[in-house]
Design a protein around this ligand. Sequence first.
Ligand code: BDR
Ligand code: CA
Length: 312
Amino acid sequence: PRRLLIDTDPGQDDAVALLLALASPAELSVEGITTVGGNSGIANTTRNAAAILELAGRTDIPLHAGCDVPLLRAPVRADHVHGETGLDGAGLPPPSTQPGAAHAVDFLIGTLRAEPPGAFTVVTLGPMTNLALALRMAPDIAGRIARVVSMIGACFEGGNITPSAEFNAYADPEAAAIVFSADIPMTVLPLDVTHQMRGTRARLDAFAASGNRAGRCVAGMLGFSERFDLKKYESDGAPLHDPCTIAWLLRPDLFTGREVNVAVETRGDFTSGATVVDYWRVTDRPPNALYLRDGDADGFYALLTERLARLP
Ligand code: BDR
Ligand code: CA
């Protein structure tokens, strides 16, 4: 299986991404989870990650808390979407496990250095603060990461936290700029794709109908964050973001896109955090990412439903 380190700010959709990865041990070996402040503060995102590991019966996986706030900026939270705990609707009890003592950034550097180059794929589901800091502290790790797979950015779809920026890029644009210029193979799952993955009532009901605890919990969580997004996007079913990264690792055939250059705006008055995607190759900036633009929503939800049903 492909060996993964997952950096995340759970968040309901982050939690579903973690569960999808944990439900797929034949293809994916999750060997570390690091948390970052984003959707909610670091105390919440770390507790939520621990609760998800307990739900999946995988408290053996190392969990390490990282940066609470962005490299340079004041934090931007999304409590309006995810609720006071960052994971409202999940109905999970407080976890009894604690994260490891090492800071997430030290854990990432140490883990990447301990194995041969190319051993790990790093998945980012929140602001890129931890990975950017790791790259600054230990530039050699860039050459040791097989690929970075990220939910971040937007191009054709416009932003979700400002008209031009997606939340993870907007929350820490300097960190995103560092990662996109680090010369690591990257795959980007932007809003262009995630907004196609609508969690309609029938799709959420299918999770609950699996009859396991994880399925009920996912239906509850997504039902909660949906209350906000349904109004916002005036649609039948809210977008589902972070699990697209894991779905691409499992089934790349469900997605289409192209290799392009992605730059991150850090200075605009109205456009801070915008991902500037050279989709039509109108510059000579070399491609630095596989930028996915479309996804098969029925295939994605079928995969998710089938995999989540394997969990306790
Ligand atoms: C991203 O922002 C967060 O609110 C979600 O967890 C996802 O990672 C979507 O813009
Ligand atoms: Ca997230």
